[in-house]
Design a protein around this ligand. Sequence first.
Ligand code: ADP
Ligand code: MG
Length: 229
Amino acid sequence: MITLDDVTLTFPDGESRITAVDRVSLSAPAGVVTGITGPSGSGKSSLLAVAATLIRPDSGHVWINDVDASALTPNQATALRRNEIGIVFQQSNLVPSLTAREQLLVMAELGGGHRRREAVRARADELLDAVGLATHRGKRPAQLSGGQRQRVSIARALVNDPSVLLVDEPTSALDQERGAEIMDLIARLTHEQRTATMLVTHDLIHSDALDRLVTVIDGRLADATMPTV
Ligand code: ADP
Ligand code: MG
């Protein structure tokens, strides 16, 4: 479960500041895909960056399960992010020289933890299987299609068994059919792995895959446009 409590984020804008996130309070429960939509520039990515503890808000709190991320030191926040938060960006951000399997193993290594090497390998292979890439483990990003690369980045985001999964516009570089497959995959993994998933999307053609949907306009949360669970 992740909760944003009265979060405000501003950026410098010439002499003044621009308010990207304006007093947003929002909870995303475990096992559910919470969609966040809204026009371009409305603050969706900013909201996700705050949720990911990548940017500290001007005010307000981010709770990851029972931990107030805004109260952590930078080192503690990094550890929390590595172990509890999986992030999937618009572009898959894979390391060009690593195979699909190695992308996951490196992330597991960074996550530290105390898992044995065999357990980490088994988890990586299980996830690559779950995203439909069992036979592509040994391929590098250049040998994979856009949709396959996005699958690797989803598997990578889950390798440390995070409780929170944050996804920003995962389908924007894909055609509609590939986009629908990626959305269905995220929904299935959210339900199976019980992650609290927040998914930002500016277009709603794939809204079937969302369990609930909130709208952001000018940094503010509008009324829920779909029933909340
Ligand atoms: P969205 O993801 O909904 O398109 P963003 O969160 O990217 O919106 O942007 C919200 C607002 O914050 C925009 O006005 C944008 O220009 C501004 N903004 C975003 N990131 C930065 C930044 N790093 N520095 C300055 N302004 C930013
Ligand atoms: Mg954005």
